[in-house]
Write a protein that binds this ligand. Structure first.
Ligand SMILES: [Zn+2]
Length: 424
């Protein structure tokens, strides 16, 4: 992976700030956030987040440190200044001394420190961004990094690839707990490190200026890509035009739609199905132990919200009754998954619909399923990306993502539920 930094473009962003130092910082933050957002192999569909610390004037005219963090509901590729709400930094740092906060309490705590109350909720990783001392912080779910982060020996691999350049953080649920845990580890072991390697989750980088932090994310992603290539497991290239224009020209898609339509959930026009055909998909679908490998979990925790913990699997020769059975089996599995995990939770969880968001059809392609074309497209994008990550991960060892219980916590996380409602 190469840096997309361009001095002329950066200068245009600087010029747009009319000489105000805080606005220059924000403009460059927007610029490199968009550079990250342009690379699907760094982040997809609202994943990842970025921040910048800069001084702004208080009511009495004195300057104080603030931090702008990506707001929820914004995508890095199209982000603008208002998509990075600012908070007073010093009060955020007092959260270091708060041992526990629910994520709902954390959202209120963050909002209380916002300079403009009309802004979106800052990312749930806002405190982690605040705790890291560097001015610019970038966080991605780079595909190549996930192929390595989803290994049983991810921590040793991180040491082998990055040495002490990145500080390894074992998996912790994103939000308040991760911010605290990562801060404690970074303070103890992070001296001289340029970022964090989050097992089962992704990468953080930081730097004193926008370019340094951004180019570190590129550097660490590139090191992962090189490692995979050197071990004969290069990430298969992302292909253009994998979306099939008329999926209903394929008989199994017609019968899949029919089988799903008998469930109320997808509405009168639904479900929407988005069929993707590519070399990588074909190879993945040809994996002999596809059922087992694909059922292990999603490559990064965020994805479970959009594509559930596992896909449904079928064959190109499936007819309506075969699909009806496959959907019923999936629903039975999902209900059991919900019950076995909800029983372990401290709070009451309300079960979501029982239906799959992804169908893997051997001999045909990968299908995203949604209540509208956008949802189906997002599911298909993430499923294709997971396929590429899983193949590379299996190529260097064993794809070992987040376990079921932790995935469930994420899928049924109250804040994530709120995010989905907002998007709808
Ligand atoms: Zn993340």
């Amino acid at each position: 992976m190469k840096s997309l930094w361009n001095d002329d473009e950066a200068q245009c962003w600087i010029d747009s700030a009319n000489g105000d130092p805080a606005e220059v910082d924000l403009a460059l933050r927007v610029y490199t956030s968009r550079l990250i957002g342009q690379e699907a192999d760094l982040v997809l569909h609202g994943g990842g987040n970025t921040s910048v610390k800069t001084e702004r004037a208080k009511e009495d005219g004195t300057l104080a440190e603030t931090i702008h963090v990506k707001g929820s509901g914004w995508d890095l590729v199209t982000i603008e200044g208002p998509g990075l709400p600012a908070m007073w930094l010093e009060p955020l740092l007092t959260a270091r001394d708060v041992p526990n906060m629910t994520d709902e309490e954390m959202v209120v705590f963050l909002r209380n420190e916002m300079l403009d109350q009309s802004g979106p909720n800052p990312s749930v990783e806002a405190l982690l961004h605040a705790f890291l001392p560097a001015k610019f912080v970038d966080h991605t779910h780079s595909c190549a990094a996930l192929a390595i982060a989803d290994q049983p020996n991810a921590a040793e691999l991180s040491q082998e690839i990055f040495g002490d350049e990145l500080c390894v953080i074992p998996y912790v649920m994103p939000g308040f707990k991760l911010s605290h845990a990562a801060d404690a580890i970074f303070q103890e072991k992070g001296e001289g490190a340029n970022g964090l390697f989050l097992v089962n989750h992704g990468l953080f980088s930081h730097g004193d200026d926008a370019r340094t932090s951004y180019e570190r994310i590129i550097r660490y992603t590139d090191m992962c890509e090189q490692y995979l290539a050197e071990h004969g497991a290069a990430l298969m290239p992302e292909e253009d035009g994998t979306k099939v224009d008329d999926p209903y020209a394929h008989a199994p898609i017609v019968s899949l739609k029919e089988a799903l339509s008998s469930w109320d959930f997808f509405g009168e026009d639904g479900p929407f199905l988005d069929l993707r055909v590519s070399k990588a998909n074909k190879k993945y679908l040809g994996t002999p132990d596809l059922e087992e490998v694909s059922s292990r979990g999603t490559a990064t925790p965020d994805h479970v919200i959009r594509i559930k913990p596992r896909p449904m699997i079928g064959e190109a020769g499936f007819e309506a009754e075969d699909w009806a059975k496959a959907v019923r089996d999936y629903a039975d599995w999902y209900e059991a998954y919900f019950e076995r995990n909800a029983a372990k939770s401290d709070e009451t969880k309300t079960m979501l619909d029982l239906l799959p968001r992804v169908a893997l059809i051997r001999g045909l392609g990968i299908v995203g399923i949604g209540r509208n074309a956008k949802e189906a497209g997002v599911a298909a994008d993430l499923a294709e990306q997971n396929a590429r990550i899983i193949m590379s991960a299996e190529g260097i060892g064993r794809f070992t993502p987040l376990n079921e219980a932790d995935l469930f916590e994420l899928e049924y996380w109250s804040l994530e539920q709120a995010k989905l409602k907002k998007a709808a």
